[in-house]
Design a protein around this ligand. Structure first.
Ligand SMILES: [Zn+2]
Ligand SMILES: [Zn+2]
Length: 361
């Protein structure tokens, strides 16, 4: 049973400015008109317009859970501007430009209701720097009463609680590390969101940019994996996570991001946590055990982790565009991740996220 519809406005991590992290989200049973959550806001209205020219039916698709009258159906000839004005709130992982540029660019022209901008306090403070009246006019406010501001900041707390952000949707935010400043002193913070459909009790995990725990001075991914592990196989079967670089990228130049080897290591931690919390099967001696060991000797992961992530979909995001390659880099990177995950038989399905994709979660 799916609980969400998600349209990918952009899924790259730069330098291609036409394809940056931006996703439109709604509960599956609701219409887009009832209110959209913009998850990240790198690519926005321009990307949306191009996607809608290519796929004019993209927002009129009716999921089986939806109940739409003929009259409502007839009205569904939306423009990119119409759709963008249906955004009720933005949910932002961190304030790097590739995650907020369309939030800024559209702030003065977008229609519809006043939109809340959810993020950590630090993320919102960083966005404020852009809306300082010089880089961009100040179009956002902290004051609920200040009706003239198109955007309203609302910070989320890293308190491990779910906060309702839209009808039937709540979010739990967990901080993660995303590299260090030039001097190597301060760890830059991003977040992972658990996004839950409250009445269906289904959720997915969405990572902002993130560095490997094995290289971090503040390793916080493990805590996210521990949380996720309890839900895998029950309420959670979809994880969006970055893999910015291909496998040739050395550790020294990851700049707070993952490559396929490190993503595999992270998924192995998740698999380990899943095995820990799963009820143990009754002790028995499988007759084919010896042979299985011989067959799996190419795998580096312990046999107990095999198939731990069966049924889990890993959506690969934020691949850094490489204009010198003939083949799109996100397909290349997803293949590299898939090869490693299959070698270790973790069981997860690896999907390359692409601009214009519609994903049912
Ligand atoms: Zn980014
Ligand atoms: Zn970033």
């Amino acid at each position: 049973m799916c609980a969400f519809d998600l349209v990918v406005l952009g899924s790259g991590g730069g330098p291609d400015e036409t394809n940056l992290s931006g996703y439109l989200l709604k509960p599956r049973e609701a219409s887009w008109e009832a209110g959209i959550i913009a998850l990240e806001a790198g690519s926005g209205m321009g990307a949306l317009a191009r996607i809608m020219r290519k796929h004019p039916e993209i927002f009129s698709y009716q999921s089986p859970d939806q109940h739409v009258t003929q009259e409502e159906d007839d009205r569904r000839h939306y423009s990119a501007r119409d759709i963008y004005s249906m955004i009720k709130c933005f949910l932002i992982t961190h304030a790097h430009l590739d995650h907020i540029s369309s939030l800024v660019m559209s702030a003065g022209s977008v229609g519809g209701c006043r939109k809340r901008v959810y993020g950590s306090l630090q993320t919102l403070r960083d966005i404020e720097v852009v809306f300082n009246g010089r880089v961009w006019p100040n179009l956002a406010s902290w004051d609920e009463q200040e009706e003239s501001s198109r955007l309203l900041y609302q910070s989320l707390q890293p308190d491990k609680k779910y906060m309702p952000i839209s009808k039937d949707i709540s979010v739990m935010m967990m901080p993660v590390s995303h590299g260090m400043d030039e001097q190597g002193g301060v760890i830059y913070e991003s977040v992972a969101f658990f996004i839950r459909h409250d009445s269906k009790d289904r959720e997915f995990l969405f990572f902002g940019d993130v560095e490997p725990d094995s290289l971090s001075r503040n390793s916080r991914n493990v805590e996210v994996w521990q949380r996720a592990a309890k839900k895998v196989g029950h309420s959670l079967n979809a994880i969006f996570i970055e893999c910015s670089w291909p496998s040739t990228r050395p550790d020294e130049t990851l700049y707070g991001h993952l490559n396929p080897q490190h993503l595999l290591a992270e998924l192995t931690v998740l698999a380990t946590e899943v095995v820990k919390v799963r009820p143990r099967p009754r002790e028995h001696c499988p007759p084919a055990r010896k042979r299985q060991r011989v067959v799996s000797n190419t795998s580096k992961a312990p046999g107990v982790l095999q198939h731990a992530l069966d049924g889990v979909r890993i959506y690969i995001t934020h691949c850094k565009a490489d204009f010198d390659l003939a083949r799109p880099v996100h397909l290349e990177i997803a293949d590299q991740v898939r090869t490693l995950v299959e070698r270790d038989k973790l069981g997860a399905e690896i999907i390359a996220v692409e601009q214009g994709m519609v994903i049912a979660i």
